[in-house]
Design a protein around this ligand. Structure first.
Ligand code: 5GP
Length: 187
Protein backbone atom coordinates (compact mmCIF):
# COMPACT_ATOMS: atom_id res chain seq x y z
CA UNK A 1 0.00 0.00 0.00
CA UNK A 2 2.73 2.48 0.98
CA UNK A 3 4.44 1.89 -2.36
CA UNK A 4 1.44 3.57 -4.07
CA UNK A 5 2.17 6.81 -2.22
CA UNK A 6 4.19 9.48 -3.95
CA UNK A 7 4.79 11.65 -0.91
CA UNK A 8 3.57 12.03 2.67
CA UNK A 9 1.87 15.42 2.98
CA UNK A 10 0.76 15.26 6.61
CA UNK A 11 2.44 12.85 9.00
CA UNK A 12 0.70 11.01 11.83
CA UNK A 13 2.48 13.27 14.28
CA UNK A 14 1.32 16.47 12.64
CA UNK A 15 -2.25 15.14 12.45
CA UNK A 16 -2.25 14.38 16.16
CA UNK A 17 -0.90 17.80 17.11
CA UNK A 18 -3.26 19.78 14.90
CA UNK A 19 -6.32 17.77 15.93
CA UNK A 20 -5.50 18.46 19.58
CA UNK A 21 -5.48 22.19 18.79
CA UNK A 22 -8.80 21.95 16.96
CA UNK A 23 -10.27 20.07 19.92
CA UNK A 24 -9.25 22.84 22.31
CA UNK A 25 -10.65 25.52 20.03
CA UNK A 26 -13.98 23.74 19.52
CA UNK A 27 -14.28 23.00 23.26
CA UNK A 28 -13.94 26.74 23.96
CA UNK A 29 -16.27 27.85 21.19
CA UNK A 30 -19.07 25.42 22.02
CA UNK A 31 -18.97 25.43 25.79
CA UNK A 32 -22.49 24.85 27.30
CA UNK A 33 -24.00 24.46 23.81
CA UNK A 34 -24.08 20.66 23.40
CA UNK A 35 -23.03 20.75 19.73
CA UNK A 36 -24.22 18.07 17.34
CA UNK A 37 -21.27 16.85 15.30
CA UNK A 38 -22.42 15.62 11.90
CA UNK A 39 -19.85 13.27 10.40
CA UNK A 40 -19.93 12.96 6.63
CA UNK A 41 -19.33 9.32 5.82
CA UNK A 42 -17.20 7.70 4.94
CA UNK A 43 -14.09 9.84 4.59
CA UNK A 44 -14.39 11.73 7.89
CA UNK A 45 -14.80 8.72 10.21
CA UNK A 46 -11.20 8.69 11.44
CA UNK A 47 -11.02 12.45 11.87
CA UNK A 48 -14.27 12.36 13.87
CA UNK A 49 -13.00 9.59 16.11
CA UNK A 50 -9.78 11.41 16.96
CA UNK A 51 -11.26 14.91 17.09
CA UNK A 52 -14.07 14.01 19.48
CA UNK A 53 -11.54 12.57 21.93
CA UNK A 54 -9.87 15.99 22.02
CA UNK A 55 -13.12 17.87 22.66
CA UNK A 56 -13.60 18.16 26.39
CA UNK A 57 -17.23 19.33 26.55
CA UNK A 58 -20.49 17.36 26.18
CA UNK A 59 -21.47 16.77 22.55
CA UNK A 60 -23.66 14.57 20.39
CA UNK A 61 -22.76 12.76 17.18
CA UNK A 62 -24.73 11.78 14.11
CA UNK A 63 -23.78 10.49 10.69
CA UNK A 64 -24.77 11.34 7.17
CA UNK A 65 -23.76 9.38 4.10
CA UNK A 66 -23.85 11.09 0.77
CA UNK A 67 -22.68 10.26 -2.68
CA UNK A 68 -21.58 12.59 -5.39
CA UNK A 69 -21.64 11.74 -9.06
CA UNK A 70 -18.01 11.77 -9.85
CA UNK A 71 -15.19 10.70 -12.02
CA UNK A 72 -12.42 8.74 -10.41
CA UNK A 73 -10.87 11.64 -8.55
CA UNK A 74 -13.25 14.59 -8.93
CA UNK A 75 -16.70 15.35 -7.61
CA UNK A 76 -19.46 16.97 -9.62
CA UNK A 77 -21.17 18.39 -6.56
CA UNK A 78 -24.47 16.66 -7.38
CA UNK A 79 -25.27 15.27 -3.97
CA UNK A 80 -27.52 12.35 -3.15
CA UNK A 81 -28.31 11.39 0.45
CA UNK A 82 -27.62 7.71 1.09
CA UNK A 83 -28.17 7.93 4.85
CA UNK A 84 -29.85 10.88 6.48
CA UNK A 85 -29.39 12.08 10.06
CA UNK A 86 -31.33 10.28 12.78
CA UNK A 87 -31.38 13.45 14.91
CA UNK A 88 -33.68 16.43 14.35
CA UNK A 89 -31.43 19.49 14.14
CA UNK A 90 -33.94 22.26 14.75
CA UNK A 91 -32.43 24.70 17.29
CA UNK A 92 -29.22 22.68 17.53
CA UNK A 93 -25.69 23.94 17.08
CA UNK A 94 -24.56 21.78 14.18
CA UNK A 95 -20.90 21.26 13.39
CA UNK A 96 -20.27 19.37 10.15
CA UNK A 97 -17.16 17.19 10.20
CA UNK A 98 -15.77 16.63 6.70
CA UNK A 99 -12.60 15.08 5.31
CA UNK A 100 -11.74 17.52 2.52
CA UNK A 101 -13.28 20.53 0.82
CA UNK A 102 -12.21 20.66 -2.79
CA UNK A 103 -14.43 22.58 -5.26
CA UNK A 104 -16.83 23.28 -2.37
CA UNK A 105 -19.81 21.95 -4.32
CA UNK A 106 -20.53 19.09 -1.91
CA UNK A 107 -20.41 21.20 1.25
CA UNK A 108 -22.40 23.95 -0.42
CA UNK A 109 -25.22 21.45 -1.09
CA UNK A 110 -25.04 19.83 2.34
CA UNK A 111 -25.03 23.08 4.31
CA UNK A 112 -27.91 24.44 2.21
CA UNK A 113 -29.89 21.27 2.81
CA UNK A 114 -29.27 21.23 6.57
CA UNK A 115 -30.04 24.95 6.85
CA UNK A 116 -33.60 24.28 5.69
CA UNK A 117 -34.10 22.31 8.93
CA UNK A 118 -33.66 25.45 11.05
CA UNK A 119 -30.60 24.66 13.16
CA UNK A 120 -29.55 27.33 15.65
CA UNK A 121 -26.17 27.47 13.92
CA UNK A 122 -24.31 25.50 11.32
CA UNK A 123 -20.54 25.44 10.99
CA UNK A 124 -18.02 23.41 9.07
CA UNK A 125 -14.88 21.70 10.29
CA UNK A 126 -12.81 20.05 7.59
CA UNK A 127 -9.56 18.20 8.07
CA UNK A 128 -8.21 19.29 4.70
CA UNK A 129 -8.86 22.35 2.59
CA UNK A 130 -7.87 22.26 -1.08
CA UNK A 131 -8.55 25.99 -1.26
CA UNK A 132 -7.05 26.66 -4.67
CA UNK A 133 -9.68 24.43 -6.34
CA UNK A 134 -12.71 26.24 -4.91
CA UNK A 135 -15.55 26.89 -7.37
CA UNK A 136 -18.23 27.99 -4.90
CA UNK A 137 -17.61 29.94 -1.75
CA UNK A 138 -17.94 27.81 1.37
CA UNK A 139 -17.42 29.10 4.89
CA UNK A 140 -14.77 26.87 6.41
CA UNK A 141 -14.92 27.61 10.14
CA UNK A 142 -12.22 25.15 11.21
CA UNK A 143 -9.64 23.34 9.13
CA UNK A 144 -6.69 21.14 9.87
CA UNK A 145 -4.42 21.73 6.89
CA UNK A 146 -4.52 23.30 3.47
CA UNK A 147 -3.35 20.93 0.75
CA UNK A 148 -2.19 21.58 -2.80
CA UNK A 149 -4.10 20.48 -5.88
CA UNK A 150 -3.08 16.83 -5.68
CA UNK A 151 -5.15 13.72 -5.10
CA UNK A 152 -4.64 12.65 -1.50
CA UNK A 153 -5.52 9.49 0.39
CA UNK A 154 -5.16 8.09 3.89
CA UNK A 155 -6.53 8.87 7.34
CA UNK A 156 -10.05 8.07 6.15
CA UNK A 157 -9.71 9.29 2.57
CA UNK A 158 -9.88 6.66 -0.14
CA UNK A 159 -9.32 5.88 -3.75
CA UNK A 160 -11.88 3.26 -4.81
CA UNK A 161 -12.33 2.32 -1.13
CA UNK A 162 -8.63 1.65 -0.55
CA UNK A 163 -6.03 3.52 1.49
CA UNK A 164 -8.47 4.71 4.20
CA UNK A 165 -6.45 2.90 6.85
CA UNK A 166 -3.17 4.69 6.19
CA UNK A 167 -2.32 6.65 9.36
CA UNK A 168 -1.09 9.70 7.38
CA UNK A 169 -2.24 11.88 4.47
CA UNK A 170 -0.32 11.05 1.32
CA UNK A 171 -0.36 11.93 -2.36
CA UNK A 172 -1.43 8.97 -4.47
CA UNK A 173 0.83 8.14 -7.39
CA UNK A 174 -0.76 9.32 -10.61
CA UNK A 175 -0.27 5.96 -12.32
CA UNK A 176 -2.71 4.41 -9.78
CA UNK A 177 -5.66 6.61 -10.68
CA UNK A 178 -5.11 7.81 -14.23
CA UNK A 179 -7.49 6.35 -16.80
CA UNK A 180 -10.76 7.90 -15.61
CA UNK A 181 -14.36 6.74 -16.04
CA UNK A 182 -17.58 8.25 -14.76
CA UNK A 183 -19.67 6.46 -12.21
CA UNK A 184 -21.49 7.03 -8.94
CA UNK A 185 -19.29 6.42 -5.94
CA UNK A 186 -20.20 6.39 -2.28
CA UNK A 187 -17.90 8.72 -0.41
P1 5GP B 1 -15.98 18.94 -3.56
O1 5GP B 1 -17.46 18.82 -3.76
O2 5GP B 1 -15.58 19.95 -2.52
O3 5GP B 1 -15.27 19.17 -4.87
O4 5GP B 1 -15.46 17.52 -3.14
C1 5GP B 1 -15.51 17.05 -1.88
C2 5GP B 1 -15.36 15.55 -1.88
O5 5GP B 1 -14.57 15.09 -2.98
C3 5GP B 1 -14.64 15.11 -0.66
O6 5GP B 1 -15.51 14.92 0.42
C4 5GP B 1 -13.98 13.84 -1.12
O7 5GP B 1 -14.90 12.78 -1.05
C5 5GP B 1 -13.68 14.09 -2.58
N1 5GP B 1 -12.30 14.56 -2.77
C6 5GP B 1 -11.89 15.77 -3.21
N2 5GP B 1 -10.55 15.85 -3.29
C7 5GP B 1 -10.10 14.65 -2.86
C8 5GP B 1 -8.78 14.10 -2.70
O8 5GP B 1 -7.73 14.72 -2.94
N3 5GP B 1 -8.73 12.82 -2.23
C9 5GP B 1 -9.83 12.08 -1.93
N4 5GP B 1 -9.64 10.83 -1.49
N5 5GP B 1 -11.07 12.56 -2.08
C10 5GP B 1 -11.21 13.83 -2.52
Amino acid sequence: MDEDIEEILVSQDKLERRIKELGIQISEDYIRRLPLLVCILRGAFMFLADLTREIKIPLAIDFMAISTYEGKTESSGIVKILKDLDTPIEDRDVLIIEDIVDTGLTMDSVTKLLSTRNPKSIKLCTLLDKAERRIVKVNVDYYGFTVPNKFVVGYGLDFEERYRNLPFIGVLKEEIYKGGNNNINAK
